[in-house]
Design a protein around this ligand. Structure first.
Ligand code: SF4
Length: 384
């Protein structure tokens, strides 16, 4: 019999926090009703918006006045981030995974080419990426504690620190002591996607592996901050469940973390489902581009200071539009395969999902300039 996804496994660290209960209750109470256009316009006239306003911005009728919403989001983006658009790229170092998530090509039962880069290959990849001018890197692994131990990821961070000023990690949820190890080796930002905040759906799509344990995953950002990380990222996989409820829950989760840890830099991503190597039928039917833009704008208006990232899952055209309105961070020169940045790396592993925007760093850079925005490769240097 499958385990209950709300039960911690004995080895998993528990922290004292009531944020999960608050978010889950708010999600349960959220009925996704529609609102009048006058309600939406009233929300747009406010300086700071409430949770009810967030629901108003996510309702169906908000699409009718999406241009007004986008205008407000753009004002807040430019007021808080100026014209800057921060660049980064993800580096996949291993695609071994112990979990089985029905929507992902890396799932442990899928027959794909698995690769786990050694230090030499990782460094080659880092050098190849560095040559493109980038200064921020996001280390990614499939979620396998066996293949990608905390010390393996820490070693990759240590190598990355030789070339990059900012290092993030998007790896499996860890205990505080393991996040500390990553932080000591150069990682300052941790992103964990909660995928969906619907317990029922979460349980259904996470068939096995540690990822099945919802509360441990939910509390990851807090454990990372307790370990000393400077910032944490959030994101629901839009289209997996009711997108309005998941967008609402993500924003609430991020805002409660921001309130409890005022020093933390908060970032939000907006991944939609993408076809994978093992499942070409997966698509985010319920979240078309207009709805995705609606969500990004709602995030911006609800959390004006949060960084919003737009990934290569989306088309170049949509990404260009998003950075003009609400997103302030963009990936470029992306490969979601393993060992593909340096052509002398022989170990090349399968890709996690299909990307839509395959522009090089230079091409994205030029397009950002053409839009009248300022590409930023490095916006600060930590002194300690
Ligand atoms: S979504 Fe993450 S945890 Fe799930 S199968 Fe893919 S890589 Fe593994």
């Amino acid at each position: 019999m499958r385990s209950d996804c709300m039960e911690f496994l004995p080895q998993m660290e528990r922290i004292d926090s009531n944020i999960m209960d608050e978010v889950l209750k708010a999600r349960d109470d959220y009925k996704c009703e529609n609102f009048e256009i006058s309600d939406i316009k009233a929300t747009l006239s406010k300086d700071r918006i409430s949770l009810i306003d967030l629901k108003i911005l996510l309702c169906d009728n908000a699409l009718v006045v999406l241009e007004d919403i986008a205008r407000k989001a753009r004002e807040l983006t430019r007021a808080n981030f100026g014209n800057s658009i921060n660049f980064f790229t993800p580096l996949y170092i291993s695609n071994y995974c112990d979990n089985a998530c029905v929507y992902c090509g890396f799932g442990c039962s899928n027959k794909i080419k698995r690769v786990h880069l050694n230090s030499t290959s990782i460094e080659k990849e880092l050098i190849a990426i560095k040559k493109t001018g980038l200064n921020e890197i996001l280390l990614l692994t499939g979620e396998s504690q066996t293949y990608s131990t905390p010390s393996y990821i820490a070693n990759a961070a240590k190598l990355a620190k030789k070339y990059f000023s900012t290092i993030g990690a998007e790896v499996y949820p860890m205990d505080t002591k393991d996040y500390k190890l990553l932080h000591e080796n150069g990682v300052d930002f941790v992103t964990i996607f909660n995928e969906t905040y619907s317990i029922k759906k979460y349980q259904k799509v996470h068939i096995s592996g540690n990822k099945r344990v919802f509360p441990y995953r939910f509390n990851s950002q807090e454990r990372a901050l307790l370990a000393g990380m400077k910032g944490v990222g959030f994101g629901a996989l839009l289209g997996l469940d009711d997108y309005k409820k998941d967008a609402f829950s993500t924003a609430l989760h991020a805002s409660l973390i921001q309130k409890k840890y005022p020093h933390a830099q908060i970032s939000i991503s907006v991944p939609r489902l993408r076809p994978t190597l093992t499942n070409s039928k997966i698509n985010p039917n319920s979240v078309d581009e207009r709805r995705l833009l609606q969500i990004i704008c709602a995030y911006r208006i609800f959390l004006p200071f949060a960084s919003i990232t737009i990934s290569t899952r989306e088309s170049a055209k949509f990404r260009n539009a998003a950075i003009q309105i609400a997103a302030n961070k963009i990936s470029a020169g992306v490969s979601v395969g393993i060992g593909t940045h340096d052509e002398t790396n022989h170990d090349k592993g399968s890709e996690q999902f299909e990307i839509s925007d395959s522009r090089s760093v230079k091409e994205v850079y030029d397009d950002v300039l053409k839009l009248g925005l300022q590409p930023v490769f490095k916006d600060y240097e930590f002194l300690s």
